[in-house]
Design a protein around this ligand. Structure first.
Ligand SMILES: *[C@@H]1O[C@H](CO)[C@@H](O)[C@H](O)[C@H]1NC(C)=O
Ligand SMILES: *[C@@H]1O[C@H](CO)[C@@H](O)[C@H](O)[C@H]1NC(C)=O
Ligand SMILES: *[C@@H]1O[C@H](CO)[C@@H](O)[C@H](O)[C@H]1NC(C)=O
Ligand SMILES: *[C@@H]1O[C@H](CO)[C@@H](O)[C@H](O)[C@H]1NC(C)=O
Ligand SMILES: *[C@@H]1O[C@H](CO)[C@@H](O)[C@H](O)[C@H]1NC(C)=O
Ligand SMILES: *[C@@H]1O[C@H](CO)[C@@H](O)[C@H](O)[C@H]1NC(C)=O
Ligand SMILES: *[C@@H]1O[C@H](CO)[C@@H](O)[C@H](O)[C@H]1NC(C)=O
Ligand SMILES: *[C@@H]1O[C@H](CO)[C@@H](O)[C@H](O)[C@H]1NC(C)=O
Ligand SMILES: *[C@@H]1O[C@H](CO)[C@@H](O)[C@H](O)[C@H]1NC(C)=O
Ligand SMILES: *[C@@H]1O[C@H](CO)[C@@H](O)[C@H](O)[C@H]1NC(C)=O
Length: 684
């Protein structure tokens, strides 16, 4: 078969850069594989079909379900195209169709009449499938209109969104936990094809992204300016809708103005007040006033009070900024729980799905108590969402960091079992994890990350916080052991770094996930601790699982916030204190390569000279990148691992965790609970 052109094409197809070359060529010089396709048309029909099949095979090579991939692509590829861009669109299209077909089949489930839990699970499942479709739809939409200037950012977003779609499908099956019918098996059957194609879609995009990174190694491409200062951001702000960052940029102060009472009052679009002194008495009423297709921060000031309502920031409510009077004062509460018949997903007191959500000084609570098992206080599925100085209180499953990119800073999170869980791409920076007293025969586990597939970019990064006992737990902490993590799904991934770990954490550190078939995930999970301190931080007695890793400073750098997010301008624009954790090389080149994750020349830090305890943390300077204007005096505060980026005197939630030793060097022996201050947060 075929002449020279054909051979050449096969040669190109042979290398893993096939896709990328096609993309780059297609866009930059407008010589694409379409040309190849045209050539092919001039050849025999047979060879054209053969080359299109070759393209399909190449595209499907990195997937977990190759047969499924090739089969469905071949049958959907009626035009016999060899253009990878079209083929990828077809993959998305096919997947959307298959999810829809899976949903259709649920009509055949008559079990729902027999068992209320099954009925609820099915409803949840349908909702999640809709979300899954929505992620594929927006991925398809963005992919159609990509151009090279945002290609890297696009692939980063696509990976996050498709990962979310995969997670939603898994959550759908999880919803059938404890149902008494065989609905779970049936559902699994209905969705198998859709789930496999979703996994394939994620694998293809991941391969593309990795290829791009490899090609970019060491090459500063300089296509786009590095966002070194927030002032530079307007350039990015409105040019492409993947970067539809809000107008924080116009306001050089960012969130700092909101931290003052007068600022809160003046800037609020609507005020919610329980006592009737605002526009509304419930938060949901206020949310109805978020403009459609909103692209600007929409400020909702929630005055002090307890709001007993299921708050949902739905998918179409974007750029909502919810500002309270403090995590102990402005609180959203609820008490739905698993034992009383509600599936975990639906137990949340608040659910946030609208992208670019920001919460400041808000409290979220589920008050069901330990005896009611799973009871979520806050579920987050909003891409590029931020929680600053917030409080999440519950027992089992307090914070459900479900999907998408999430950043938590200076938050306090309390709970017992798996109290931070989910499958988001999440960084929790300078947060306090407070273990509470569980039921008599229970252990406590701080995190249960739920990464299901190796290709998912998700994980939990605990960066510079503290893990401590609640006063109620303190006396029983050696009877009811506490662990850092357990692998909820096979590829569970959590990193603990630069954090204070108190004596409650048992030397083993990690607990296996038990199923009826024994424990799972111990070999495939990815847990690592780096540069932590405190009596519970000794790693010498940790379990010897294959999945518990020791990373070099080099290895850990992939998990520093800016590296892990692959782009953090969405945090920087808000001026929320943020430590990107970049190695602080002197920045002379404000250029970005197409692949920020591997380029050694990128250092957004504006204060490269502050380096803390260089002996132990040579590569993690922890410098205050977002607040360049505030004079920092590193000489006087050498041992504080995180920068006091905003005015520390602002009275938001005045005394949440006053006694927790953030700086071990100066106060090595200080107990975090010297009897006095901390009262259980439910008493608020
Ligand atoms: C290719 O197929 C079309 C119809 O499908 C036919 O008209 C054409 O002659 C074929 N070309 C060759 C080179 O066989
Ligand atoms: C694509 O290939 C199939 C054979 O596999 C052929 O029947 C069909 O006509 C081709 N379509 C186009 C548009 O060339
Ligand atoms: C994907 O599906 C949409 C509508 O369902 C259609 O308009 C579009 O052409 C399809 N794209 C591809 C590449 O098949
Ligand atoms: C899912 O989406 C379809 C169509 O958009 C809609 O009719 C249906 O009500 C949605 N289901 C749920 C549970 O949201
Ligand atoms: C909220 O109340 C303020 C002051 O009473 C008023 O100016 C504003 O128009 C109200 N906003 C809404 C959305 O009702
Ligand atoms: C968002 O969607 C909900 C239904 O899910 C609808 O009631 C609401 O009006 C929509 N809001 C906007 C701003 O489009
Ligand atoms: C769920 O099922 C497991 C095992 O079947 C059982 O031990 C547990 O008590 C059940 N939980 C609830 C809340 O029904
Ligand atoms: C994932 O875990 C399940 C059990 O929960 C196991 O059957 C399966 O083989 C695991 N998959 C991988 C890839 O390790
Ligand atoms: C246990 O293993 C069997 C066979 O390996 C499998 O069919 C079953 O689904 C597994 N059960 C669980 C809960 O993982
Ligand atoms: C860390 O968080 C606590 C509150 O939880 C806050 O008081 C402290 O200022 C923060 N530290 C830094 C360095 O930002």
């Amino acid at each position: 078969m075929g002449g020279d052109a054909q051979k050449k094409r096969i040669a190109i197809i042979g290398v893993s850069t096939f896709l990328l070359v096609a993309m780059v060529v297609a866009v930059t010089i407008s010589v694409s594989l379409n040309k190849g396709a045209n050539e092919a048309k001039e050849e025999s029909n047979d060879s054209h079909v053969a080359s299109s099949m070759k393209a399909v095979k190449t595209l499907c090579a990195p997937t977990n379900y190759k047969e499924e991939c090739e089969e469905s692509l071949s049958s959907a590829n009626s035009g016999n195209t060899t253009d990878p861009r079209e083929l990828i669109q077809i993959v998305f299209n096919v997947t959307i169709k298959k999810i829809g077909e899976g949903l259709e089949k649920t009509h055949m489930m008559d079990e729902v009449e027999k068992d209320p839990r099954t009925k609820e699970a099915l409803d949840t499942c349908k909702q999640l499938m809709n979300l899954s479709i929505a992620e594929f739809t927006r991925s398809l939409d963005k992919f159609k209109r990509f151009d090279l200037s945002n290609f890297n950012a696009l692939l980063t977003s696509l990976r996050v969104w498709l990962s979310g779609a995969v997670t939603y499908q898994e959550t759908c099956l999880d919803a059938f936990e404890n149902t008494t019918t065989d609905a779970s098996q049936k559902m699994q059957g209905f969705l198998q094809s859709a789930m496999r194609m979703s996994s394939n879609g994620l694998a293809i995009i991941t391969e593309l992204s990795n290829t791009l990174s490899e090609m970019n190694t060491g090459k500063p491409a300089g296509r786009r300016l590095l966002i070194n200062k927030a002032e530079d951001l307007p350039v990015l702000g409105h040019e492409t809708d993947d970067f539809d960052l809000p107008d924080w940029v116009d306001d050089r102060v960012g969130v700092r103005r909101l931290l003052r009472m007068t600022g809160r009052k003046r800037m609020a679009h609507v005020v919610v007040a329980k006592d009737g002194t605002g526009n509304f008495t419930t938060i949901n009423e206020a949310l109805l006033h978020v403009p459609s297709k909103n692209l600007k921060p929409f400020f909702i000031y929630v005055k002090e009070g307890v709001y007993d309502e299921f708050v949902e920031v739905s998918r179409n409510m974007t750029h909502v900024v919810m500002i309270g009077d403090g995590g102990k004062k402005s609180r959203i509460t609820g008490s739905k729980n698993f034992v009383d018949g509600v599936g975990t997903f639906r137990t949340a007191s608040a659910a946030v799905l609208g992208d670019f959500f920001v919460a400041i000084g808000m409290g979220f609570e589920n008050s069901a108590g330990a005896a009611k098992h799973q009871a979520v206080a806050l579920r987050v599925q909003a891409d590029r969402s931020i929680f600053y100085r917030c409080q999440m209180d519950g027992y089992q499953d307090t914070l459900y960091a479900h999907t998408m990119r999430q950043f938590y800073r200076d938050c306090v999170i309390s709970g017992t079992i798996d109290f931070v869980f989910g499958d988001a791409v999440a960084v929790l920076q300078n947060c306090t994890f407070m273990v509470r007293k569980p039921l008599e025969n229970q252990q406590c586990i701080v995190t249960a990350q739920g990464r299901k597939e190796l290709n998912q970019p998700s994980g939990l990064i605990i960066h510079g916080g503290s893990i401590v006992s609640d006063p109620s737990y303190y006396p029983v902490r050696f009877d009811n052991k506490a662990y850092l993590a357990r692998p909820w799904k096979n590829f569970s991934r959590t990193i603990f770094m630069d954090s204070y770990i108190d004596d409650l954490i048992t030397p083993d550190g990690y607990m296996p996930w038990q199923t009826s078939n024994g424990s799972t995930g111990t070999n495939t999970c990815f847990y690592s601790e780096f540069n932590n301190y405190g009596p519970g931080s000794d790693i010498t007695k940790r379990v010897k699982w294959e999945g518990v890793k020791t990373l070099s400073p080099q290895g850990i750098s992939n998990f520093l916030p800016s590296m892990f997010f692959h782009g953090d301008d969405w945090i920087r624009v808000t001026r929320v204190p943020y430590n990107p954790g970049q190695p602080s090389l002197p920045t002379t080149t404000p250029s970005i390569s197409l692949s920020p994750s591997i380029s050694p020349s990128i250092s957004p830090s504006t204060t490269p000279s502050i380096s803390l305890s260089p002996a132990t943390t040579p590569s993690i300077p922890l410098s205050p990148a977002t607040a360049p204007s505030i004079p920092l005096s590193p000489a006087t505060t050498p041992s504080i691992p995180l920068s006091p980026a905003t005015a520390p005197s602002i009275p938001l939630s005045p005394a949440t965790t006053p006694s927790i030793p953030l700086s071990p060097a100066t106060t090595p022996s200080l107990s975090p609970f010297p009897s006095t201050s901390i009262s259980p947060s439910t008493s608020n």
